[in-house]
Design a protein around this ligand. Structure first.
Ligand code: ACO
Length: 325
């Protein structure tokens, strides 16, 4: 018998406070930073983002998304024997956010670890969990993308601080005789590390280096459009599908212009492109599972349909996964 893995539940969690572009522009103006709803919407498609309140942690957001996914899958938390968390904003250097979430869920015993691939993190985590389930050593995994990017933003840098938001998304992935994940491919190019990074580190009790996210927006834009197109074609070939057979395209939600360019390159009509960047902004590793959960819960994604999930982000990292629901 061949072994596969299938997504059997999805969940999401967002902070309580949604901040629209006008409100953000007013707050930034008080610091002497000038921006506008018009600039943000035209350049990025973002209309609002959710920002974490003091006291909310990546662990708590991730655990909320995980509980929602478990409820959707009608699974007990204790049936999870593999917990993978994608995050670039962990609550501590160690233990991993996965271990902290495991403690929140009360599921001690299984494997738990973080993956660090910035905005591609969920795609990396899903690919790793799929591979582990296929070995037969694990039965049921939680794969979570959880981020509080608002805490690593330089609120005096208008070219980055308007782009990101906080949130978490999760899926329950189960070993199955029926294929769910049809193909998956990951890539990285470390020579491009400098175009998107947060270089700060702890050094003998002090934070040294730049603790904020820095980005060369235009370089990221060009690379993102290129690798998303290439990666989609690679993974579709592996799955033996054409773009016309993809029911829903869910790329990392960074910028609506990147999303539209990717759909155009693949010849996938925009009606089949899932867009949440307008509501969530860029939530890094949480963006793909948040968008996936939104499209499942509003009834767009139906059983039997093919969904192409794609990540791209700092590292530089990228990858794609083809899923049959
Ligand atoms: N409000 C108003 N003006 C702004 C703002 C702002 N928030 N930010 C920048 N500007 C100004 C700049 O100062 C510049 O002014 P100037 O011409 O007087 O110098 C002007 O707008 C144009 O700036 P550009 O950087 O050239 O703007 P661009 O059209 O490239 O858009 C953006 C910038 C939105 C960052 C774009 O490059 C982009 O989307 N890049 C992709 C990056 C991305 O999505 N990153 C997310 C993380 S990476 C990932 O997830 C893959």
């Amino acid at each position: 018998m061949r072994r596969y893995s299938r997504i059997i539940g999805t969940g999401a969690a967002l902070p309580a406070r949604a901040v629209g572009n006008d409100e953000l522009a007013r707050e930034l103006a008080r610091r002497g930073v000038e921006t506008s709803d018009e600039w943000i919407v035209t350049r990025t498609g973002i209309r609002q983002r959710y920002l974490a309140e003091d006291g909310l942690t990546t662990t708590l957001l991730g655990a909320r998304a995980a509980r929602a996914a478990l409820a959707d899958a009608q699974c007990e938390a204790k049936s999870i024997d593999l917990l993978v968390v994608a995050t670039s904003t962990p609550d501590q250097i160690f233990p991993s956010t996965a271990c902290l979430i495991q403690a929140e869920l009360g599921t001690a015993g299984g494997a738990a670890f973080d993956v660090q691939a910035v905005c591609s993190g969920f795609i990396y985590g899903l690919t790793v969990a799929d591979a582990l389930l296929r070995t037969g050593r694990y039965q049921r995994a939680l794969v979570i993308g959880a981020e509080i990017f608002s805490r690593i933003l330089d609120w005096n840098d208008r070219a980055t601080c308007v782009l990101f938001g906080d949130g978490a998304g999760a899926v329950v992935l189960e070993a199955s005789e029926e294929p769910g994940i049809l193909a998956a491919r990951l890539h990285a190019d470390g020579s491009q590390a400098a175009i998107l990074c947060a270089g700060g580190r702890l050094d003998n009790g002090r934070v040294t280096g730049d603790p904020f996210l820095r980005m060369d927006g235009q370089a990221v834009f060009r690379l993102a459009v290129h690798v998303l197109g290439e990666s989609a074609l690679e993974v579709l070939a592996e799955a033996g599908l054409t773009p016309a057979q993809i029911d829903w395209l869910i790329p990392h939600q960074a910028n609506v212009r990147i999303l539209n360019a990717t759909a155009r390159r693949l010849g996938i009509p925009t009606e089949r492109l899932v867009v949440t960047v307008d509501r969530h902004a860029n939530t890094s590793a949480a963006s793909v599972p948040l968008a996936l959960d939104a499209a499942r819960r509003d009834g767009r994604i139906q059983r039997g349909q093919h969904v192409l999930l794609q990540g791209v982000g700092g590292g530089f990292t990228w990858g794609s996964v083809v899923v049959r629901f």
